[in-house]
Ligand binder design. Sequence first.
Ligand code: AMP
Ligand code: MG
Length: 433
Amino acid sequence: MSDARHRPSASEPGPNPLAAGENNISVEAARAAIDAAIHPTTDVETVPIALAVGRILADDVISPLDVPPHDNSAMDGFAFDGRALDATQALTLRIVATMHAGAAPVEGVETGQCVRIMTGARMPAGLDTVVPFELCRVDDGDNVEIPASVIAAGENRRFRGEDLASGKAALTRGRVLRPADIGLIASLGLTTASVRRRLRVAVFSTGDEIVSPGQPLPPNCVYDSNRFALIAALQRLGMEPLDFGLVADNRASLQDAMARALEDVNVIITSGGVSAGDADYTRDVMTSMGSVSFWKVAMRPGRPFAFGKLSGRNGRDAWLFALPGNPVASLVGFYSLAREALLKLAGASAQPLPSLDARCTVDIRKRPGRTEFQRGFVWLGDDGKWMVRPVGSQGAGILRSMAEANALIVLPDNHGSTKAGDFVSVWLFDGLT
Ligand code: AMP
Ligand code: MG
């Protein structure tokens, strides 16, 4: 099923990056315009592998050696020459030596002989097969009987370089390092990894009615949730969020906050103050500081959105993602429009949220013309198929339903209503970045 991640094909009219202005730009077009505008930052640092999980690899890791460095046994058992096997009768061999992992290989093993060998021990020359202890009968301690057909020639032998071959790329740059990758780097004898510098992202919230948690709540005000949700989302992406606090609804405060952030970040993320009802100064301030486009993205929730580049006095610049103020809209905007762009900026190869098709258990009313993101809960049905249902109230300000959800149901812009039993595309975000 198509979903909002699909890029427009070459035959479709391309988006007009950074010049979209007032319009009803599609989610696909907004994503494509952002993607076309941004290029990864290039700062690199070297970190100990113990601190490298979640970081983005800056260079290919080339293996300096073969892993494993020699053929070795994959089991505790008896190593022998597999050519002696006969499918119709048992094979009896004389045990001539025992080899533990790390020992020098026994030499001169002859036909009719075998070696007791432990997992990881180097295969003696001429021996290519290991039969596990539990498949054999050892009679007087000197001889072992291997029943017919329990083992084939060549089994349970690990080959030199089968994990990694010397001179080959073990991991490629752009990879977000996972625990297995860290182990792989260690298996090459390396202690450090060359990774991208963390993207520094300033986050602030706008609005005269917004109050920081921990403060008394005056009448007519609400606590700031966006800043904390967005900072948390950035942390999960391995980025370095900087809390720039609250900005009041006036020109000077916004200008000052932008100017301060520009001093030392790659990206500025704001929430609130970009919808049609907001004072014109938001637009004035943002556009006067760089090239910023204000879009009405054809999506729900999260229609108002601004994107562009701000420039500081000292030649520094930063990307701006101005998200809507409604708490769900700001997070949906983050996941649908900002997340992958931030990862690309940070130097990561494409990292879309995992998506799958799930059977929707209820009707969802929708009119064509915009992409709708519903908060959904995905589970595995009794028939082994993924199921999904919308959770809670879908109002753009209802953060609780976002907290109850583990996925976004993505209803593409050209689709109308969904019937119970139809498959819908979902983006999983619970437990993931
Ligand atoms: P705005 O986009 O500034 O017009 O805000 C839309 C709605 O979101 C208003 O009800 C705001 O009070 C609310 N809102 C804006 N920013 C935040 C925030 N940081 N935390 C919680 N609610 C917010
Ligand atoms: Mg506001």
